[in-house]
Write a protein that binds this ligand. Structure first.
Ligand code: ZN
Length: 356
């Protein structure tokens, strides 16, 4: 047993040593990056992220892995080559005319091609393009599943990138929506989202397991959504039953009360007073102020969302309408203020089925 352990250990060391000494082969194959693409990139950064920059560059903290859903290298390369989005991309054309692209395209035999510099802005993942280096793989999830050679090339390339940049996350394109409440998420339009399934959980779990030594951060969940610098964090709590204080004798059954975190959609409006909404049967509708953001809590009701400084009203979506039960002296609905560089906390009680 101990002999087996020792030889296994030596094998690992040997392999990681030889992997480290092998230079990574990258073939240059540039797509068009002309003045127009530069201008459209700057336009996208401003419109979608509010970033006003002189140059379309990114600050990489993340690698996003894709498949192209196109079976050939030529077809895949051509999809990124031109400056403008082809008219066939109807699902994302509302997001702007800048064509999609990535710095790396990996062919089915594992050859790595570089299409543009790592730190130049590329459109490939909603919400995160300002910080994500994209790797596309020729293939799909059906007739052309990603090959073992591609897997090895992704692994080597990500190690090479993590060597140069402070990469915290390695994610699959299908996982990008998990960052919707994360401080890295900058997309301004809450409805600009598309369904993605590339490259799938099996590929990403294997990759992250093999890259454990890079000390990547875990995917965001309730426990890791705490790293926002400015905004609101909280929990939605569901209360029901008899919450009236009462004196109970020993042995009396405890009152039928329930208080637990619940998954809900929370709407964040600009500060709204009671007069600026319709209130009927305990629920609000027809809010006259602007909707700033809308978020999904996690299954325990926790949420964490970066916001500009200002005053907001938070309402929870229930079947019958929007719910809130806290008001300030001026009649503002569930008001929360966000101050510079600080995080405001709120517990939102949904208690219309509780008796006090
Ligand atoms: Zn993708």
């Amino acid at each position: 047993m101990s002999f087996l352990r020792i030889s296994f250990f030596c094998l690992l060391v040997f392999c990681s040593a030889c992997a480290g000494s092998q230079p990574l082969e990258i073939v240059d194959k540039p797509i068009i990056f002309d003045d127009e693409r530069r201008a459209l990139s700057l336009e996208y950064m401003k419109a979608h992220y509010g970033i006003e920059a002189d140059e379309p560059t990114i600050d990489p903290t993340m690698v996003v892995v894709h498949w192209t859903a196109i079976p050939t290298f030529e077809g895949s390369f051509n999809a990124f080559y031109n400056t403008k989005l082809p008219s066939s991309r109807t699902t994302i054309k509302d997001g702007g005319t800048l064509n999609v692209s990535v710095p790396y395209l990996i062919d089915r035999d594992g050859t790595i091609y570089q299409l543009m510099p790592d730190t130049v802005f590329a459109r490939h993942v909603i919400g995160l393009n300002h910080t994500a280096i994209g790797i596309e793989n020729v293939g799909d999830g059906k007739q052309h599943p990603l090959t073992e050679a591609q897997y090895e090339a992704n692994k080597k390339l990500i190690r090479y990138l993590a060597d140069q940049y402070a990469i915290d996350y390695v994610i699959g394109h299908h996982e990008y929506e998990q960052f919707k409440n994360h401080s890295l998420w900058l997309e301004k339009d809450p409805n600009y989202l598309t369904e993605k399934d590339d490259p799938g959980n099996a590929f990403m779990e294997r990759l992250r397991t093999d890259l454990q030594d890079l000390n990547l951060k875990p995917m965001p969940d309730s426990s890791s959504q705490t790293d926002i610098r400015q905004g609101i964090q909280g929990q939605v709590i569901w209360l029901e039953g008899n919450l009236m204080p009462s004196i109970r004798e020993e042995g009396d059954p405890s009152p039928a009360t329930q208080a637990k975190g619940v998954q809900r959609t929370v709407y964040i409006y600009e500060l709204t007073s009671r007069e600026e909404a319709v209130y009927e049967d305990g629920f609000f509708s027809e809010i006259q102020e602007n909707l700033v953001k809308q978020l999904e809590t996690d299954p325990q009701g926790y949420f964490s969302i970066p916001l500009d400084t200002g005053q907001y009203s938070l309402l929870v979506k229930e079947e019958k309408g929007l719910y809130a039960n806290l008001f300030d002296g001026a009649g503002n609905i569930q008001p929360v203020s966000v101050y510079p560089d600080s995080v405001s906390r709120i517990e939102i009680k949904v208690d219309y089925k509780a008796v006090y």
